[in-house]
Write a protein that binds this ligand. Structure first.
Ligand SMILES: *Cc1c(COP(=O)(O)O)cnc(C)c1O
Length: 435
């Protein structure tokens, strides 16, 4: 059984919560950077390696800036994500624009920034040519269809809306070359949160074989092959993290067996991992505000699925710990819930936990007197696809984000939402006269 890491004890958490009331996300700068360095070391066996961090996983420019300083680029799929990457100092070919069903305006913006355009469909070759114009370097996204098994989150490739078929991709490269494109890349993204190393090695092998086939049929060579995202993280205690070295070694073996004999080496290896980069190093820190005992026992938090919707959306497991009660025995069975008017607003269902205390008086008062009688409830592995997926349904305001700096200080890198934010898209000046 693994253990779940959390960098703060209860006393440290109280100190932070006095300045930044719960709920909040907190990310661990040191742990993220150490993780990035482990990835870079493992993949340094390739002629060149680049991870384009999937901005959608944690779209905060402060985090992106840390990653940029480590040499990572960005994987963007919308105009605001391009702007975030730019804010963090990522530019040009450090940015991979992997969009789908893309509007012309976004291709134009991505091309203006010099991003690598990763086309999702054969028809987009002409669409790009007519709108933004074809760029020097173009990547195509492959959908292997029935040739590759999918997984739970992303589904079967043949039912997925993304990418070119095998026949289309070969024709696509030929067409691009006829149109004067000089530099080429190949991409796929077939899984999400997949913990199997052989699965990811198999994906690389599939792409390397495709690259050789395209080369044989069209003569083109690839500047880089992008293995996509989808690396899993161990959300559950009995799951095992991916060993980057074993993964990189397996990919290198396929590289040596396929790309070198085909005369295609050197080829740069790129990835666009999000979850595995920041996921385990972010937590949603909440406070238990109510206890309810009906047919089941419920603990209600000051956060809800608007802050973290993976459990509601996919039935995803997120480990929960209670600071100060790390070694307490798991005597209770609770549903850990939020305040949204949807019964799937549950962070955990029938979870064994230590006895959780809620505030005796009302929480605001107890916070003002700095008297924390209630337990903090920490939701783990929320550093990717966490706050970013949130929404405002039911008038819920999303919480802010903190960064635990390397020196132990805490910086607010996004404030919590306010009602002004909620109303920002409404112009109510016309309301009195509106009939
Ligand atoms: C979501 C996504 C990623 C990142 O996925 P992770 O599971 O966070 O690694 C990468 N590429 C594309 C195209 C995506 O849609």
């Amino acid at each position: 059984m693994g253990e779940k890491y959390f960098p703060l004890d209860r006393a440290a958490l109280e100190k932070i919560a006095r300045q930044y009331p719960t709920p909040f996300y907190i990310y661990d700068e040191k742990a993220i950077i150490e993780n990035v360095r482990r990835i870079k070391v493992a993949f340094s066996i390739f002629p060149s390696y680049m991870n384009h961090f999937a901005v959608k996983a944690l779209p905060n420019p402060y985090i992106l800036k840390l990653l940029a300083a480590e040499g990572f680029g960005a994987d963007c799929s919308s105009y605001p994500e391009l702007l975030l990457a730019e804010m963090a100092g990522m530019n040009g070919e450090k940015i991979m624009f992997t969009s789908n069903e893309t509007p012309a305006s976004e291709y134009i913006a991505a091309c203006r920034m010099g991003a690598v355009i990763n086309l999702d469909d054969f028809s987009h070759i002409e669409f790009l040519e007519k709108t933004a114009g074809l760029t020097q370097l173009i990547s195509l996204r492959y959908n292997p269809g029935p040739l590759k098994e999918g997984n739970a989150i992303i589904g079967k490739p043949e039912e997925a809306k993304y990418g070119f078929t095998r026949e289309q991709i070969i024709n696509g490269y030929s067409l691009l070359r006829e149109k004067g494109v000089k530099r080429f890349a190949l991409h796929t993204m077939v899984a999400s949160n997949e913990l199997s190393v052989p699965y990811h090695i198999e994906t690389a092998r599939m792409l390397f074989e495709l690259a050789s086939e395209v080369n044989k049929k069209t003569g083109i060579r690839f500047e880089f092959i992008n293995l996509g995202g989808g690396m899993g993280i161990p959300y559950r205690l009995d799951e095992i993290a991916i060993d980057y070295r074993v993964l990189a070694d397996g990919i290198q073996k396929a590289y040596n067996e396929i790309l070198i004999p085909a005369g295609l080496a050197p080829v740069n290896i790129h990835t666009e991992w999000g979850r595995v980069v920041t996921g385990p190093y972010g937590w949603l820190v909440t406070c238990a505000i109510h206890k309810k005992e009906i047919y089941r026992n419920y603990i209600a938090l000051d956060a809800c699925m608007a802050d973290l919707m993976r459990p509601a959306l996919y039935g995803a497991y997120h480990h929960i710990t209670i600071p100060g009660k790390e070694t307490a025995s798991l005597t209770e069975i609770y549903d850990i819930v939020g305040s949204l008017c949807e019964n799937n607003d549950k962070f955990a269902v029938q979870r064994s936990l230590p006895k959780i205390d809620v505030a005796s008086e009302n929480m605001t008062a107890s916070r003002e007197t700095e008297d924390f009688t209630a337990d903090f409830v920490v939701i783990h592995d929320a550093g990717a696809h966490g706050r970013a997926m949130g929404f405002n349904y039911n008038g819920k305001l999303r919480c802010g984000e903190l960064l635990l700096r390397k020196d132990g200080s805490v910086a607010q890198i996004r404030r919590p939402e306010t009602t002004d934010d909620y109303f920002a898209t409404l112009d109510i000046t016309g309301l009195p006269n509106f009939n």
